[in-house]
Write a protein that binds this ligand. Structure first.
Ligand code: 5GP
Ligand code: ZN
Length: 131
């Protein structure tokens, strides 16, 4: 998809603060995190609506979300990882994985821009964990 920002991130045409990747999937930090460590997991291949994905890819994506949540939770010292799917701003399937300390933390009104330097520090912390 020529005009899709996440396709451009997946191809490397636009930079991102990468947390993890394999051949088919990529996880990177949201530039407007709701809490520190807020990660976006995407399939590299363009899909719009997550529930239109075929079962195999959907299950793979969810399996990676599960593994990543362990890594993010540990490195960010959070109580839980919240999961959110909206996709009204970017029409390329993505799962938000958001470190939570308490009820109410999963609130898009708390999203605010983070500096690239700070995102890099956080990504390094997450990457140091194992998946
Ligand atoms: P949604 O489509 O789920 O409503 O929101 C899209 C999410 O992608 C937002 O949380 C927004 O901050 C994030 N986002 C939009 N553009 C970029 C980008 O270029 N880089 C990164 N890392 N995140 C982005
Ligand atoms: Zn795309």
């Amino acid at each position: 998809m020529i005009h899709c920002i996440f396709c451009k991130i997946a191809s490397g045409a636009i930079p991102c603060t990468k947390v993890w990747e394999n051949k088919k999937y990529l996880a990177f930090l949201d530039i407007n995190p709701i809490t520190p460590g807020h990660t976006l997991l995407i399939p590299k291949k363009h899909h719009d609506y997550i529930f239109d994905m075929n079962d195999e890819e959907y299950n793979e994506l969810m399996g990676i979300a599960k593994k990543l949540s362990v890594k993010i939770k540990k490195s960010m010292n959070s109580k839980k990882i919240g999961m959110m799917v909206e996709g009204f701003l970017v029409h390329h399937t993505h799962i938000h994985l958001i470190p939570l300390q308490k009820a109410g933390d999963l609130n898009t009104e708390n999203a605010k821009k983070e500096s690239p330097e700070r995102l890099t520090v956080i990504a390094e912390k997450i990457k140091a964990g194992e998946i």
